[in-house]
Design a protein around this ligand. Structure first.
Ligand SMILES: [Fe+2]
Length: 244
């Protein structure tokens, strides 16, 4: 096992790398700044859209960032180690401020939320998400990954569950940034713009997500999903309108 991370996250990394992941690590075309890169890829297309009822997106297109754009992102990344969430937030904001980096990866699709990988290495991955009306993630967490996000265009609404009822409601317009530690639970949904565009940076790279759903008895469950699977809204709001 490679020692990818620093400080008190070494212990977390050991758990992170030892669990039975639905991924394999593979060597792909070297990034100019990373002579021996590794990328996380799914073991097959079936794992990508399993349970979604949707056809997989063109996977290799989704996870193949153009080298020129990846190089621009690399120039913005701190030198070493796992990024703290404040660093991820700053990185997401810096990328959002430069449309030349993210605009080539924007996709307009009324039928499904689109996302494209902008950069990845052993320390982090960065994504460009395009949001059209009625598209949202539902409540989820990022497992062991910290997250920084920013809005580059349009507007999205970010929510966190409040107990005993309700949600927070953060309007993210262009230039607004947020961050969340590992375990951070939130939902993101389109609010304005066709499309709205957001930048999401994760460190360590996003391997798993926890998706929250409520069964017919009102019991909430966390299901673990592939970190690169399309998140869908599992309608906690349908059984609890206070969280709409
Ligand atoms: Fe998220």
């Amino acid at each position: 096992m490679r020692a990818l991370f620093v400080g008190n996250r070494d212990r977390i990394l050991e758990e992170y790398d030892s669990r039975p992941l639905a991924y394999v690590r593979t060597t792909m075309t070297p990034h100019p700044s990373h002579p021996t890169p590794h990328r996380l890829i799914p073991t097959g297309p079936a794992s990508f859209a399993e349970g979604s009822g949707l056809s997989p997106q063109q996977w290799w297109e989704v996870v193949a960032p153009p080298a020129e754009l990846a190089s621009k992102v690399h120039a913005l990344i701190p030198a070493s180690g796992v990024l703290e969430v404040e660093q991820l937030e700053r990185l997401a904001g810096d990328i959002a401020a430069d449309a030349a980096i993210w605009e080539p990866l924007v996709i307009v699709d009324e039928n499904r939320r689109r996302y494209r990988l902008l950069y990845d290495d052993d320390r982090l991955d960065v994504w460009v998400l395009s949001w059209m009306p009625d598209q949202g993630t539902g409540f989820h967490d990022h497992d062991l990954s910290g997250v920084g996000l920013s809005c580059a265009q349009g507007e999205v609404c970010e929510k966190q569950m409040l107990l005993p009822a309700g949600t927070s409601d953060v309007a993210m317009t262009a230039g607004v940034t947020r961050n969340g530690l590992p375990g951070y639970i939130h939902s993101v949904a389109h609010a304005a713009g066709t499309p709205a565009v957001t930048i999401h940076a994760y460190s360590p790279p996003l391997v798993r997500v926890g998706q929250y759903r409520v069964d017919e008895n009102g019991v909430m469950h966390r299901s673990i999903a592939h970190g690169r699977q399309e998140l869908l809204d599992h309608s906690i709001a349908a059984v609890d309108p206070a969280r709409a």
